[in-house]
Design a protein around this ligand. Structure first.
Ligand code: NAP
Length: 508
């Protein structure tokens, strides 16, 4: 049962005002906090109430270019820093984030809405990327080999890509940042980070920590803005940046790829998903229900990895639906700062409206509502945990990201049938499979068209694993050993000779 903690007159926990007062609200350029050149600011809203929390600098194109110039100016200093120095910076940032985890979690909940326990989980996850990439900084390898004919030598080295542009979404305001900032610093790249306008505060707090650990001025810069396209496009087209790493929607990602083509920027694209969650009738049903809860309800369903289509084999479909609906109905909806709440508000009005439209469309096409299905008309952008059965594969929600706490169930007969349904999407981020049959597990893992598969597991995210999608879900991988490769260029040096020993001795 949700219980109230002491709050101020706006219903915020007393500690919230202190945390909000401490967060920097400017642009961070060349090692200093500063206002936008225009002096403009924009409000950051609390999705639980729609009220303003604080306002932050609203950058224009000239601010963006200033930040990129600072990153370009710091390029050599950063590239020449030693691996040990980069390790020390990242480990110091890891320590600081870990020590301040409670206040960072509260800040995240205030701007993004997720329950405090989940925000705390994200802060830990975000910090782990810093620790992981601290280690990677020490492991940047090269190679030395003889050519096949033995007449030359190959020296292969890895060098930082150079100034990078990092664009992050609102749903994981800190972890999507450290997943890029960690490898950028580890590789010796400078950066300009642009967080989403709904959730800039977590990033501003993180950048202040990076400042405090002594990174060189200009190595990390950040701009907050409500004009993302107008600010980022000149930076992308300028030729000063050498890489864009983007996490966000496929629609925006495609536009950015076109812009990157002009100067042939390296790109990493972590885009949208439409994850199938498949339960075979031989699965451990308790595990499958628990996995579905995690895959669906992490972040209130506002995750690229969220189970978007749940396919259950006919023999267990009814029982699975009943158990899932029971678990979903027991969740506590409310402001993420309130104790006991397990489902916070959606990010904004548009998100709440979209989820409502998708549910109405599915119901029009024959879906049955087992629980939820109706938005709360009160303040804040809440939507109740919802389970639908008999969802038609023609429904809009089978093709679009729901990004909300709605679990759509569709039953299936055979493995072939579900494989065809699962792969019938332009997305390919992650798929989930529950079965106890080893042969089938491997067949499914091999044939599902996605960059990641959760096998009897509802969460795949892990800083030490290569996260990423195929098809229209993206390009490149973040995390794991591959994550740093995205920030490194490979240079090959062909070495002439060596001359035979006798010829060399004749030189004397
Ligand atoms: P979004 O609308 O694409 O925005 C993502 C970021 O791009 C924001 O910082 C946004 O800034 C910025 N942006 C928007 N238009 C831009 C433009 N024309 N030029 C440059 N930047 C631009 O996505 P979102 O709604 O924030 O995030 C949800 C999406 O992200 C979902 O599709 C989800 O699946 C995907 N996602 C993918 C992963 C993954 O790892 N694959 C992880 C998390 C989320 P403003 O918000 O300030 O406009």
């Amino acid at each position: 049962m949700a219980t109230d903690t002491p709050t101020d007159e706006h219903g915020l926990p007393a500690r919230a005002q202190e945390v909000l007062a401490a967060v920097p609200t400017g642009l961070f350029v060349a090692g200093a906090w500063q206002p936008a050149a225009s002096g403009d600011t924009f409000p950051v809203l609390d999705p639980a109430t729609g009220r303003e929390l604080v306002s932050v600098a609203d950058a224009g194109p000239e601010d963006g270019m200033r930040a990129l110039q600072a990153a370009a100016d710091a390029r050599s200093e950063m590239a020449e820093s030693s691996p040990k120095q980069r390790y020390d910076w990242l480990m110091a940032a890891y320590q600081a984030v870990t020590e301040r985890a409670d206040e960072l979690a509260l800040l995240m909940t205030l701007e993004m809405g997720k329950p405090l326990a989940e925000a705390r989980g994200e802060v830990t996850y975000a910090a782990e990327f810093l620790r992981h990439f601290a280690g990677e900084a020490l492991r940047i390898e090269g190679g030395y080999q003889r050519s096949p004919a033995g007449d030359t030598r190959f020296l292969v080295m890895r060098q930082p890509v150079g100034p990078t542009l990092l664009i992050t979404p609102w749903n994981f305001p800190m972890a999507m940042g450290t997943r890029k900032i960690g490898p950028a610093i580890a590789a010796g790249c400078t950066s300009v980070i642009k967080p989403a306008h709904q959730t800039p505060l977590s990033m501003l707090a993180l950048v202040e920590i990076l400042h405090e650990v002594g990174l060189p001025a200009g190595s990390v810069n950040t701009v907050t803005t409500t004009h993302a396209g107008v600010v980022m496009e000149p930076m992308i087209r300028s030729g000063l940046a050498r890489k864009l790493s983007f996490t966000g929607s496929t629609q925006v990602g495609k536009k950015l790829l076109e812009q990157c083509a002009e100067k042939v920027l390296r790109t990493s694209m972590e885009l949208g998903g439409n994850a199938p969650f498949i339960v075979f009738d031989d699965a451990d049903l308790d595990d499958a229900v628990a996995g579905a809860m995690a895959a669906k309800m992490r972040n209130m369903g506002e995750a690229c990895t969220a189970a978007n289509r749940i396919y259950v084999q006919e023999g267990v479909a009814e029982e699975f639906g009943r158990r899932l609906a029971e678990r979903m109905a027991a969740l506590q909806v409310g402001p993420g700062t309130r104790e006991g709440v397990t489902v916070g508000p959606l990010i904004d009005q548009a998100a709440q409206d979209k989820v409502g439209e998708l549910v109405a469309d599915a119901v029009r096409r024959g879906a049955q509502v087992l629980t939820g299905g109706e938005a709360d008309p009160g303040q804040g952008y809440f939507y109740p945990p919802t389970v639908l059965t008999h969802v038609s594969p023609q429904s809009r929600m089978a093709a679009e990201e729901i990004f909300g706490p709605v679990a759509p169930l569709t039953s299936f007969g055979t493995e072939e049938e579900v494989l065809e349904l699962a792969n019938d999407t332009p997305y390919g981020l992650v798929s989930y499979v529950y079965t106890r049959d080893l042969d089938r597990s491997l067949r499914m893992a091999e044939q599902l068209e996605s960059g990641m598969v959760g096998l009897n597991q509802g969460v795949v995210s892990n800083p030490a694993a290569p996260f990423g999608g195929i098809k229209e879900s993206g390009l490149g991988r973040e995390g794991g050993a591959l994550g740093i490769e995205e920030f490194l260029e490979v240079k090959y040096v062909g070495i002439g000779g060596p001359r035979p020993r006798a010829a060399a001795q004749g030189d004397g």
